[in-house]
Design a protein around this ligand. Structure first.
Ligand code: PMV
Length: 310
């Protein structure tokens, strides 16, 4: 039996704009994870066992756009191996389509476990590149931020088609990550933003520019330990995300609840329309903000400490 896991992730700044070449900042979230287990068996078939959704199927009969099957095929091809005589069991605690990177985490956990099973675990850049192929199945123009932050398990400053950069978190800070409970596929929000951009490129490009400037300022603030600066940057980034049309009444309700309860800035995170919001809290405000979020309808609140672990 060979097992491997991968964490969730959260985008702090720059979602959507990152698809259009602006920078984004994202960090791993270790409180949630995906886990893949490879078990050899005598049967020649490869069985995929997605336990959380109670789906058990044969790799041979999986459609060509099945993300789990694609990841298995790609990893085996990397080792010139024909997939046979094993099962892949997938379990994940990451809510699906909520901005926590569940798809990329599942892909990364499969690539890690299977490459280990086939003889040598691949380095993060190769794992990330394989997972990116699968991200393309989820939506046509992924920036690659999810697979990067999850495969490297470090805070990343990410610009599409550039070598990924990690950065130091000078002063750890706390985030309340609150789930609206609405699963919102990235593909739909990204597609709608694309249509908006096609209709009015000048306006969208200018909004993306502003998001890019915010992401750069946020990186600087985080690297220099000026966490108090994030309040304004988060709020400003959220207003811009609202303007490109990816907020929703549920998101707005949670953001209002968090800020009213004393959060020092809040924004949606990821594709939007549902999924998670993030709110900056500290040891004093975290309980009150968590209670307010749950009262306002959040399905789950994770308090995550953002820090450099290496
Ligand atoms: O998968 P999510 O919800 O974290 O959203 C991905 C972030 C986007 O910028 C909206 C899309 C992308 O490919 O970067």
């Amino acid at each position: 039996m060979t097992k491997a896991s991968a964490p969730g992730k959260i985008i702090l700044f720059g979602e959507h704009a990152v698809v259009y070449g602006r920078p984004a900042i994202a960090v791993p979230v270790s409180q949630v994870y995906a886990e893949a287990t490879i078990n050899p068996h005598t049967d020649a078939r490869v069985i995929i066992d997605a336990v959380d959704v109670a789906r058990r199927y044969d790799l041979g009969s999986a459609p060509s756009d099945d993300p789990l099957a694609t990841m298995i095929r790609l990893t085996c091809a990397r080792f010139d191996a024909t997939p046979s005589h094993f099962s892949v069991r997938i379990h994940s605690t990451i809510p699906i389509a909520s901005g926590l990177g569940s798809g990329a985490a599942v892909s990364v956990s499969i690539a890690r476990a299977l490459s280990r099973y086939l003889g040598a675990e691949l380095p993060p850049d190769e794992i990330s590149a394989l997972a990116y192929q699968v991200e393309k199945l989820h939506h046509g123009t992924p920036s690659g931020v999810d697979n990067s932050v999850i495969a490297f398990e470090r805070p990343v400053y990410f610009v599409r088609d550039r070598k990924i950069e990690s950065f130091r978190i000078a002063q750890p800070f706390l985030l309340a990550i609150a789930d609206t409970g609405i699963a919102a596929p990235t593909r739909i929000a990204v597609g709608d933003v694309r249509r908006g951009w096609e209709k009015d490129r000048a306006r969208f490009e200018s909004l993306f520019d502003k998001m890019g400037v915010i992401a750069d300022k946020a990186r600087k603030a985080i690297e220099t330990g000026q966490v108090e600066r994030l309040r304004h940057l988060m709020n400003a980034n959220h207003i811009l995300l609202r303007e490109i049309g990816v907020s929703s009444p549920d998101i707005e309700r949670l953001i209002l609840a968090a800020t009213t309860a004393g959060a020092h800035g809040a924004k949606l995170s990821g594709a939007g329309r549902g999924g998670n919001i993030i709110a900056l809290v500290n040891e004093v405000t975290q309980d009150k903000v968590e209670r307010a979020l749950l009262k306002a309808g959040a399905k789950r609140v994770i308090i995550s400490r953002v820090e450099t672990k290496f």
